[in-house]
Design a protein around this ligand. Structure first.
Ligand code: ATP
Length: 218
């Protein structure tokens, strides 16, 4: 296990919560990642558009990572040339490789729900040409896909050996043993709009920001 392995963790982060943060921090330890960069998307291709502005989502990310030195923010999907169109992960990974070359290890972190939706992503079967996939467990989502194409693809690329992730720059799928956090941004937005507290679901500074900015109907 010699090479360093960087991970990108893409999401809408509307808002960021402990369901993102705690698995990411646990992954650093489990997989021996050198760092995790949170990768906020400007226009998510697969879901309804964010309620918080891009600026507010970034501000919340900055507040959230203040206490986690192993986490950083990668702003590449926010760059001017990308602002008017959806952020496709495959293009982001290609851009990362153009910048960093073929040799450095790169992983992309996905929750189990996102893995199951992968067949709707642009050129999903070529993602592994650029990175490994690290899958975090998520309560309420099936462990196995009933899509035969996805199932077969996972079987062909899955590894249980962390060394594979460090000795190859890309190409493997690893199911991590990260903590189960029953939290979603949708649930947080709904709770807040119904006047309920979400204090325990996200970092205190993010909660204070949501209240100060009157986000999600506070
Ligand atoms: P929403 O409820 O609005 O769909 P979300 O809570 O799923 O949002 P996203 O920003 O869309 O958050 O998620 C970014 C990534 O984090 C995705 O890969 C998603 O699968 C993963 N993720 C989100 N919440 C969890 C969780 N509780 N446990 C594990 N992974 C999660």
């Amino acid at each position: 296990m010699t090479k360093s392995l960087t991970a990108l963790f893409g999401g809408t982060f509307d808002p960021i919560h402990y369901g993102h943060l705690l698995p990411a921090v646990a992954l650093v330890e489990e997989v021996k990642l050198s760092q995790v960069s949170l990768l906020p998307n400007h226009i998510p291709p697969h879901k309804t558009q964010p309620e918080a502005s891009t600026y507010q989502r970034i501000e919340m990310l900055k507040l959230a990572i203040a206490d986690y030195p192993m986490l950083s923010i990668d702003m590449r999907e926010m760059s001017q040339s990308r602002l008017d169109r959806p952020s496709y992960t495959i293009e982001t990974l290609q851009a990362w490789r153009m910048e960093n070359g073929d040799q450095p290890g790169l992983a992309f972190i996905l929750g189990q729900d996102s893995l199951l939706s992968l067949p709707t992503w642009n050129n999903w079967q070529t993602l592994l040409n650029y990175c490994h996939l690290l899958i975090c467990r998520r309560p309420g989502y099936a462990e196995n896909s009933d899509n035969p194409q996805l199932k077969d693809w996972i079987e062909r690329h899955q590894t249980k050996n962390i060394d594979d992730l460090h000795t190859h720059p890309n190409g493997f799928i690893y199911f991590a043993n990260t903590p189960l956090e029953n939290i979603s941004a949708t649930e947080i937005r709904e709770k807040i709009s119904n006047g309920k507290s979400c204090e325990t679901l996200l970092p205190p500074k993010v909660w204070q920001y949501i209240q100060a900015e009157h986000l999600y109907g506070t």
